[in-house]
Design a binder for this molecule. Structure first.
Ligand code: ZN
Length: 243
């Protein structure tokens, strides 16, 4: 049993908001694709009244975010079969699934993304093989980028990892100097991965998205806003529900 009841839901300006209690210092409100649902993460000690006030102050912003998400192009549902469009590092590629050994292998041949996998591999197995490859691709690119940007930004990264994330391209824990990157970045242009690497590394210097943070980015990557906008213009692909 939790020590006291925590409201699981709020309604502000007829917007339903899920409340998640977390060990954190500040309130955080997000509007999530693909359906535009709203979530407030808050420390246990923040009263419901305060959460309502916080959300009320952001009503216009929430509506704008919901409108932006509604306007996003619908994601094609993927079956991971030959002929499908699967971009690699921002280049359009066509998936070609060929019967191979039990151990899946992914290679690029011009604009073909070749997946050699057991003939009886199901959709979930094909999805997982491609996902593992995206992770490797991203990891291979991130290593040199982190090493190259460390002296430029004057930071030392303690460690980083790559995983599939639903809502974020990257994250940073400034205290531990650890970074996480989304394996889905391997589908986007390399310049966008570089932006995410620099963005997360800059958080070691400045944890919040304040003026100091933006000045730091601009000093080292003058076109970061364009890269950010390009990244945000397309939502992160969702993993198929059954994979
Ligand atoms: Zn950030």
């Amino acid at each position: 049993m939790p020590p006291r009841s925590s409201p699981a839901k709020l309604v502000v300006d007829s917007i339903e908001i899920a409340v998640v209690r977390r060990r954190m210092r500040r309130l955080r409100l997000v509007v999530r694709p693909p359906d535009g649902h709203v979530v407030i993460s808050a420390p246990q000690w923040v009263a419901r009244r305060e959460l309502e006030a916080f959300a009320t102050a952001k009503v216009a912003w929430i509506h704008a975010q919901k409108a932006r998400i509604r306007a996003l192009p619908a994601l094609p549902s993927l079956d991971y079969r030959s002929g499908e469009h699967h971009p690699v590092w921002g280049r359009p590629c066509t998936l070609d699934v060929v019967a191979g050994t039990r151990r899946a292998r992914v290679t690029i041949d011009g604009d073909r993304l070749l997946l050699a996998i057991a003939a009886d591999a199901d959709r979930s197995a094909r999805f997982r093989a491609l996902e593992a490859w995206h992770r490797d691709e991203a990891a291979q690119a991130i290593g040199p980028l982190v090493a190259a940007w460390e002296p430029t930004l004057g930071v030392e990264v303690a460690g980083w990892s790559v995983r599939r994330m639903k809502t974020r391209w990257g994250s940073c824990t400034p205290r531990t100097r650890r970074l996480r990157f989304n394996s889905e970045l391997a589908k986007r242009r390399p310049e966008l991965l570089e932006y995410v690497v620099v963005h997360e590394m800059a958080h070691i210097v400045e944890p919040s998205h304040n003026a100091r943070f933006k000045t730091l980015l601009t000093a080292h990557m003058p076109d970061w806003r364009e890269r950010h906008a390009e990244l945000a213009a397309r939502p992160i692909d969702r993993a198929p529900a059954d994979c």
